[in-house]
Every structure is written in C-alpha cells, then in structure tokens.
Design a binder for this molecule. Structure first.
Ligand code: UD1
Length: 431
C-alpha cells in the first residue's frame, strides 16, 4: 500500500493549477444516465472517485470513454443494468448519485445503501423521501435500496437538512418528471450550480440553483451536451492553507476565487496577504507565522466542512489559540489524534476543538482516516521537524489529483513510497 513521506521544513513558493472539482464531476458523470445521447465532460480530474464512477456506469452498460486531457464521454444509449452493487458503493458514497437519474430514465434502480463512514452516520433518508414525494415506491431490503416508478411526478419537497448530494439526486430526477418540482432548503454549493448548468445545457429547465429554492420544470427528454467542470475550490483552499502554514507564497491558477470567500476571509484573518484575479488567487505569508482563527463549519456559503481539517493544522502551528466547531458531520475530528502524535496541542469538547498553536510540530508516522483529514496531515508534515509518513493515502487519491507532484512543484519534498521502494510519480506505481 502506498504512503507519502514528507520531509518537513520547506517554505512553499510557486504556482499550481487547480484541477476540476471532484464534487461537481461525480454528479455530472451520473447525469449522463439521463439521456440516450452522448454527454462530453471536460476538465475531469484524474481521481480514484472518478474511476469508481466510470466503473459503476460501465457495469450498467453505459459506454464511458476517457480521452486525452481527461475528457470523458458518457454514452447511456443502452443501459443494461440498473444496479449499483455494494462492492463499488462501499468505496464511494457518491455512488448514490445514480439513484435519481436511473429512476427518472428507466423507472427502476437498485442501489446498495452506502452505510456509515469515518466522519459520521451519513444517512440518505432525504434522498429517498424526496423520490417518494415524486411518486417512487422504495423499499430497503438486504442492504439495498430498491426503487420503482412510472414517470416521476413533479412535487414540492422541503428537505429537513441541507444535503448536497440529496439536492443533486432530486434535481436530476426532477428534470424528466411530469410537471414542476420545487426543492426547498436546497444546498447552495457551487457544485450544485455546476450540475444545474450542465443539466440546462442538456435541455433541462431549472431555475434558482444556488439559492435555497430550486424550481425544475420536467421535460420529456434531455439531449447530449459538452460541459466543462468548474475548478475545485477545496483543492484550491488546501494549497492556500499549505502556503500559510509554511509561511510561504503560492498562486493557484485556473481557479475561481469567488467560490472560496469564506476560506479567504479566514486566511486574511490569520495575517495572510491574499490577492486575486479573475481566475487566480495568491496567498503570501511573507515569512510570518500565521495567527489562530476561530471558525464554525456550515453549508455554503458558510465555511466548508471540507476545509475544517486543514485549518485545524493551521491553528496547530499558529500564534495563539483558536476554536473550531464542526456542525455538518458528527465525527469529523479523526485527524486530531494523529496531529496530537505530531505534537499538536488540541483539546476536543463535543463538536468543538480548541487548538493552541505551537512553534513546531515533529514528524511522525500517521494514519489518514478520510479524504480531507489526509490533506491536513500532509500539510502538517510540510511544516514539521523531520520526516512524516502518512499511511492509507488511498483516501487522498480519491480526491486530490497528483497531490505529491503539485506539492513538489511548490518546492516540497514529498515522495510516494510502496514497500520501501521510493517512487516520485503516481503513474509509476499504477501498473
Ligand atoms: C457532500 C460532499 C462532501 C461534503 C458534504 C458537505 C460530494 C460528493 N460530497 O457530501 O465532500 O463534505 O457534501 O458539504 O459532493 N444528511 C441526512 N440525510 C440525508 C442526507 C444527508 O441526515 O439524506 C445529513 C448528513 O448526515 C450530514 C449532512 O446532512 O450530517 C450534510 O450531508 P450531505 O450534504 O448530504 O453530504 P454529502 O452530500 O454526502
């Protein structure tokens, strides 16, 4: 199994490109199920979760072609199976995103229940209740969601909790329903808006994406389209935090600074100089130690839970003490005990951690527990004294494209190792 070995102590300096957003790519690829024409998706990041989605679609009989520069063509003209099996769903919860499209297009779907994960219980009850409101009959049996329907009917549905993939599933299902669907308390994340824009390019009639009320007028059929995925705001933010932690300077290009205002506000609060252009953002720490910040995660446009772990690392080396409160997931502090092993001073009380910054962390062997927790450990390794080995980095590969290569481009010493044999490029170990 691969691990990352990071030699700490470098000050990041340079420029890096943001990849396409994972959390927009996964629903957009699933949206290909809604039409029998071809959907061409550009700016697709090279990630394990994308490979899993492609495999999932392929085993349903969908033609998936990955071309140069990660242009992916999805051809769902012949769907031979409406099943998302446990083996794939267990590796990626976002597999649930095929449920709405399959039901809308084929009137049936059988999707393994995703179950819990490291960061919390993560139920899918809102997805299911919303589809039932649109006329689907759903039963959960033997670990599978079995759903059937005639043509779905438009409905008004208020979600109890703001859910990103729930909003996406219901929005996709509603595009082919008979009549108007109104989704209330909808997620406003940029990735929801990106999916809506792709669906609109396919002929869907959607208004209000990006607001809490989305109105979808169902149509008889959708057609093919070409669509380019928006930049990854979480990857962008991760590189900016790494720049702040190492007291360096990093410019992220081919990104969209307007998507991460809640993050840049906190980075300015920690003393960083942040400048922006239309499609780039630069953070310069000018060699200064960052100051601690307090933050509370919440759905967009609030502070993203997917950036919480990275800021925990920032506070761990910052001046002063900061309180970080997680409100989206109930168990998203798995990185805390690993950071403590590197010398961080962190106390947890319920859903809040109090972090007292230290001048230095020390390198140690640590274990990645989930995607963003892994990123926080890599960042900690960049600033720690000595070497840090981050194990179980398959979590990182699910969501960060060529992370070690991008960090190396910024001057860090990060190597991917397997069985004690050093290699530098991911491709070298993917035989
Ligand atoms: C998505 C993102 C993930 C991000 C999260 C929150 C993708 C592929 N993943 O995950 O990176 O961390 O949003 O921004 O886009 N909930 C219910 N019932 C449901 C659905 C959700 O109670 O039916 C709860 C969850 O347990 C959680 C909260 O709602 O506490 C938000 O979860 P949700 O927005 O659904 O997360 P995902 O869409 O799975």
């Amino acid at each position: 199994m691969d691990l990352l070995r990071i030699d700490g102590g470098c000050r990041l300096d340079g420029q890096v490109r943001a990849s396409g957003a994972k959390n927009a790519t996964l629903p957009i690829l699933s949206a290909g199920l809604l039409t029998d024409d071809t959907l061409v998706v550009r700016n697709v990041p090279h990630l394990e979760d994308v490979t899993t989605t492609n495999l999932l679609l392929a085993q349903m009989g969908v033609g998936v072609t990955v071309g140069d520069h990660m242009v992916v063509e999805v051809d769902s003209s012949s769907i031979s199976s409406c099943v998302a099996p446990y083996d794939l769903v267990k590796t990626m919860r976002a597999s649930i995103l095929v449920l709405g499209p399959l039901l809308a297009r084929r009137g049936e779907a059988e999707v393994s229940l995703p179950g819990g994960c490291a960061i919390g219980a993560r139920p899918v009850d809102i997805h299911l209740r919303g589809l039932e409101a649109m006329g689907a009959e759903i039963e959960v049996e033997g670990g599978y969601i079995r759903a059937r329907s005639g043509r779905l009917r438009g409905a008004r549905y208020a979600m109890d909790t703001v859910t990103v993939t729930g909003t996406e599933n219901l929005m996709m299902a509603a595009t082919l329903a008979d009549g108007v669907t109104v989704l209330e308390n909808a997620a406003r994340e940029p990735e929801v808006v990106d999916l809506a824009n792709c669906l609109i390019a396919m002929g869907a009639k959607i208004e209000g994406a990006g607001t809490p009320i989305i109105r979808i007028q169902g149509v008889e059929r959708l057609h093919g389209a070409e669509y380019s995925v928006l930049p990854d705001r979480i990857e962008t933010g991760t590189f900016l935090v790494a720049a702040a932690v190492t007291r360096g300077r990093v410019r992220v290009v081919e990104t969209d600074p307007t998507l991460i205002e809640a993050v840049t506000e906190k980075l300015r609060g920690c003393g960083a100089e942040v400048t922006e252009g239309d499609d780039w953002i630069e953070l310069n720490m000018r060699g200064k130690r960052p100051r601690s910040v307090d933050l509370r995660t919440s759905p967009y446009p609030g502070f993203p839970t997917d950036m919480q772990a990275q800021f925990t690392t920032l506070n761990a080396v910052a001046e002063g003490a900061g309180a970080i409160t997680e409100t989206v997931f109930e168990n998203r502090f798995m990185h805390v005990s690993e950071l403590q092993r590197m010398g961080a001073d962190i106390r947890q009380a319920g859903n809040t951690v109090i972090v007292r910054g230290k001048e230095k962390l020390t390198g140690a062997p640590v274990m990645a527990t989930d995607l963003r927790a892994s990123a926080s450990l890599v960042i900690a390794g960049l600033v720690a004294d000595g070497a840090t080995e981050v194990r179980r980095i398959y979590h990182l590969d699910r969501g960060y494209e060529c992370m070690e290569e991008k960090f190396a481009q910024l001057g860090a010493t990060v190597r991917r190792l397997r069985d004690d044999a050093p290699v530098t490029a991911r491709s070298a170990v993917k035989t």
